[in-house]
Design a protein around this ligand. Structure first.
Ligand code: ZN
Length: 293
């Protein structure tokens, strides 16, 4: 008897304990969710408007540093590359952009392309979220013409479009820092930290392959010769041996030879485009040089 009386009592107690535990877990889960919401912002909070604001702050900071080359021939080159690739980006189909991971801005306007050519003997280029690309004069000099340079620019825009630049920067600098700096406050300090972080970033094999593929597509839709991209890679390969591995613009993963072959294959079927109306000799002459200051 006692046994049969205790059985339902034990069963009810177990259910009550389970309900209490579930209620506690629910409350704790809700509290944790609230904390995460408040203390650790989500990536989506760093939206396209914030990316644009950050790009403006970074550009302003680089301009204040006084290293942007603003000779007329160089400004002419950057304006023409920006306009041509912006038009090409606008002409790319939604399917092509989505394939490369591009998020459509709420207002439907694609982000503008901004290019700065900075005085540095280093062969390098750095992409920032918000379609801002910094090309070092050392890299410009390694190119055989403006179309090859536009190819490198197209590759870097590929890292912006695919959110590689954004995601790598979030990892490198931290989302909280980026969100704090995109608003008011010390935009200059934030920009300096972002620039230091962006220079260290390596995207890895998959991202490089995707940006290579995008570069050829963007050159073609910009009415530029898509073979200019494999030519640019070949020209960069010649400079690669001079620099230590950590300082090389061209990542050795994937191997450069296979990247060149892939770029050639992708460009093979495309219609050969136009040239950029730029005085390349004047650009080279206008770039500062350690030997010819
Ligand atoms: Zn890259």
């Amino acid at each position: 008897m006692n046994y049969s009386h205790r059985r339902p009592a034990g069963w009810i107690r177990d259910v009550l304990i389970m309900i209490a535990a579930l209620a506690l877990m629910g409350a704790a889960g809700y509290a944790v969710a609230r904390l995460v919401e408040k203390g650790r912002p989500r990536r989506a909070a760093f939206n396209l408007e914030m990316e644009r604001a950050l790009a403006h702050a970074v550009e302003a900071s680089i301009r204040v540093g006084g290293e942007v080359v603003e000779e007329p021939a160089v400004s002419d080159l950057t304006v023409k590359m920006q306009e041509r690739l912006e038009d090409g980006l606008a002409r790319m189909s939604s399917e092509a952009l989505e394939k490369h991971g591009m998020r459509r801005p709420a207002d439907g306007n694609l982000p503008e392309v901004r290019v700065l050519i900075v005085d540095s003997s280093t062969v390098n280029a750095v992409a920032f979220p918000g379609n801002l690309v910094v090309l070092y004069s050392g890299l410009v000099k390694a190119m055989n013409g403006p179309e090859e340079l536009a190819g490198v620019l197209a590759h870097e825009i590929g890292h912006c479009v695919a959110n590689d630049a954004r995601n790598a920067l979030i990892r490198e600098v931290g989302l909280s820092v980026l969100l704090g700096a995109s608003g008011a406050g010390s935009a200059g300090e934030l920009a300096s930290e972002v620039i230091r972080g962006a220079v260290r970033i390596r995207y890895g094999r998959r991202a490089e392959e995707r940006a290579d593929e995008f570069a050829v597509s963007l050159l073609a839709s910009s009415d530029l010769d898509p073979t200019a991209y494999s030519d640019a890679l070949r020209a960069l390969a010649e400079t690669a041996d001079d620099a230590p591995e950590w300082a090389r613009y061209i990542d050795v993963h994937p191997p450069l030879e296979s990247r060149i072959t892939q770029a050639e294959k992708r460009a093979a079927g495309a219609v050969h485009g136009d040239e950029l109306d730029v005085d390349w000799a004047a650009v080279l002459a206008a770039l500062p040089s350690p030997l010819n200051p």
